[in-house]
Design a protein around this ligand. Structure first.
Ligand SMILES: Cc1ncc(COP(=O)(O)O)c(C=O)c1O
Length: 430
């Protein structure tokens, strides 16, 4: 029978992280102890009273405006004014069922070249393919902290003859590498973007999970050319509520209108109770603020712990600055693994899992890396977030978390990292 799927989707498969997560959940359900570092979901419970707000609005059952209700868009505007010192109108905002859907619609309506950075989050390239575009992959190196650099980026555009209008997908702080662009770096890049007609989709979904106060929105540095993309899934731990948004500058209102039209023909509007509840959650900025301070200091402690522990066995990674991820490079194991017949990163992570029950995602093609490069994505969220958050709240924001916080409050993660270290040592000594 002739193939029924578009041939441009030949190598396309379901989101590898979600599939991986389903498989591991099944195993955990059958009682096996697994150190699950493969899936980037917030470990924390949602903010106090958020569920009550949702219950209160459960009977809201009408279709709502496509772009979202005014109260919600205004709350999003005020939230970014407070945290990012940027100003925009509530009319510039489109709310969608997760930021992922809005990125996909944007790619669908965009005319021009789409650029995705290597490494990057697993869904960008499949979305480019689904939208019928070709993905142009912009390389980076670990020496450059996996960041794009102005001169190299300019050279890349030249070599690939990318002279028209382009849409660059940037993630800051980054999944999978945990890196963060400084204000100076963003500013230097924005000069290049202006010169070369680059519109940036700045995916800042981890922006409010930056470990210090250094996060700067691309929309502040390059307002006329940035589409700000964020949502409630990560910092507010509401992935399953499915609420994300885009903010378009007036200069890009044609893109906003086309995305809005595509939204009207596809998902129509975000679920009404969710919109009303999130508008109330975002209006309670004091609660949001305290929640963020606690959760980010816990994530900072855990991220730094992972970085330090891996460095102790000679594994290099960029010290994470925000989000849920670190991207260690296990190339030091290459000769020993080769002697065992293991050359592909996928085979290495399978061996690791079989021998230690530690699950990480192979870098490789899912993250736009070569199959044999031994980089892996480790999501450091496999701990009891409710317990860690309660302890941080008990300690209070006036005092620091103790040095042994991860060992005592995130013990499952601690055990998993120790198991990973032992395995690395064993391979190196073999
Ligand atoms: C970089 C990045 N962008 C977007 C998303 C999707 O977020 P949402 O739940 O808003 O669709 C994720 C979720 O894993 C992500 O890691």
């Amino acid at each position: 029978m002739a193939t029924l799927v578009r041939d441009t989707l030949e190598n396309y498969s379901a989101a590898s992280n979600l599939m991986h997560n389903e498989k591991i959940r099944e195993m955990m359900g059958s009682g096996q102890t697994i150190y699950h570092f493969g899936f980037g979901q917030s470990p924390f419970p949602i903010m106090d009273k958020a569920a009550d707000k949702l219950k209160k609005h459960a009977s809201e059952a009408a279709y709502l405006p496509v772009a979202g209700i005014e109260e919600l868009r205004a709350a999003i505007r005020d939230f970014h004014k407070k945290y990012d010192a940027i100003s925009f109108s509530s009319d510039d905002v489109i709310v969608g069922p997760g930021s992922k859907e809005l990125i996909f619609l944007l790619m669908n309506i965009f005319q021009g070249d789409i650029l995705v950075i290597s490494p990057s989050w697993t869904s960008y390239k499949p979305q480019v393919m689904l939208s019928g575009h070709k993905a142009n992959i912009v390389p980076t190196t670990m020496e450059d902290e996996w960041k794009i650099k102005p001169e190299k980026f300019t050279q890349y555009l030249k070599e690939n003859n990318l002279s028209g209008t382009k849409l660059l997908i940037m993630n800051n702080p980054d999944n999978p590498t945990g890196t963060l662009y400084t204000q100076q770096e963003l500013s230097d890049l924005s000069d290049v973007f202006k010169r070369h007609n680059v519109i940036v989709l700045s995916d800042e979904i981890y922006g409010r999970l930056t470990f210090d106060d250094s996060f700067v929105s691309m929309a502040k540095v390059y307002p006329e050319g940035t589409i700000l993309c964020s949502g409630m899934s990560k910092w507010a731990s509401m992935g399953g509520w499915r609420l994300g948004y885009h903010v378009y500058p007036p200069q890009l209102s044609s893109l906003k209108n086309a995305v809005k039209s595509a939204a009207s023909h596809t998902y129509t509007t975000v679920a009404a109770p969710i919109q009303y509840a999130v508008a109330e959650v975002l209006r309670d900025l004091d609660t949001c603020d305290a929640y963020m301070r606690h959760t980010t200091r816990i994530m900072a402690a855990v991220g730094q712990y992972c970085h330090k522990e891996l460095a102790e066995v000679g594994v290099h990674s960029i010290r994470p600055k925000g989000g849920f991820y670190i991207f260690p490079n296990l190339e030091i194991l290459k000769p020993k693994l080769k002697a065992r017949g293991i050359e592909r990163c996928e085979d290495m992570v399978n061996a690791l899992f079989e021998e230690t029950s530690v699950s990480v995602m192979a870098g490789g093609p899912a993250f736009l890396r070569p199959e044999t490069e031994l980089t892996v994505r480790l999501c450091y969220v496999n701990f009891d977030g409710a317990k860690a958050l309660a302890e941080s709240e008990r300690i209070g924001l006036g005092a620091c978390l103790p040095d042994n916080f991860v060992q005592t409050q995130c013990s499952h993660l601690h055990e998993g990292i120790q198991a990973l270290k032992q395995w690395i040592k064993k391979i190196l000594e073999s």
